[in-house]
Design a protein. Sequence first.
Length: 280
Amino acid sequence: MDALVSTEWLERELGASDLRVVDATKFMAGTDRDARAEYEAGHIPGAVFMDLTELADTTSVVENMAPPPEQSASRMQSLGLGDGSRIVIYDDSPLKSAARAWWLLKLFGAHDVALLDGGLAKWKAEGRPLEMGKQTLRHRHFTVWRDAKAVRTKDQMLANVDGGTEQVVDARPAARFTGEERDPRPGMAPGHIPGSRSLPHGQLFNDDGTWKQGDALKAAFDAAGIDLDKPLVATCGSGMTATVLAFGAHLLGKDDVAVYDGSWSEWGADAATPKATGAA
């Protein structure tokens, strides 16, 4: 299964015994949209709802950090996701939150995971079938492990500011990156990690919400000054849209992009970390 699948392909595959479809829609806090309620009001037939808020480390003071492997395995099993499953994830959010679910699944050992190109918006625009209510699948065994190479900590990022061995790319809006627009969360400093580059996650998509691919996708990384032949770490506000950049790089054949999971939620709240403002 390709990493990015079309709506046509998915509709043909619906009902296959090894296929699992996941709605991983998540919205920014403070919006008036309810991801679970929208899922129950209409979702792709057979899809289960993955609450990304629950897939976070509850012991961490930093929001949205990846959970321990055991917690992840338990949640995946309860969703009917297991060894041997082909998993297709979609969302209907400006955050493109399906990428976070893709990253978590890959982080914890899932092999055959794809995103639905265009998400639920494209599926609905094409008049494809929907169903209402909740979907419950029988538990399946999910063998879990954690790919430590896929995650960067604050200490590692601090060392990289001095050493510069890894490029850092920031998925937040440009005005947040430069510091012109302050983070709405209290206690957050403006700006970005020194030495990082700006690539707002929306620049990886076409106007219709589908992913850019090939030369058009590479051009987005090139314009941000990113060399995909060199080590790369993605960051953002809370570890969400950084995974969009990681998936975009994956589409271009780069599978070793790490994510700074604490992102600006951790870095911007720490008075001791260095910050830069202005353009890269």
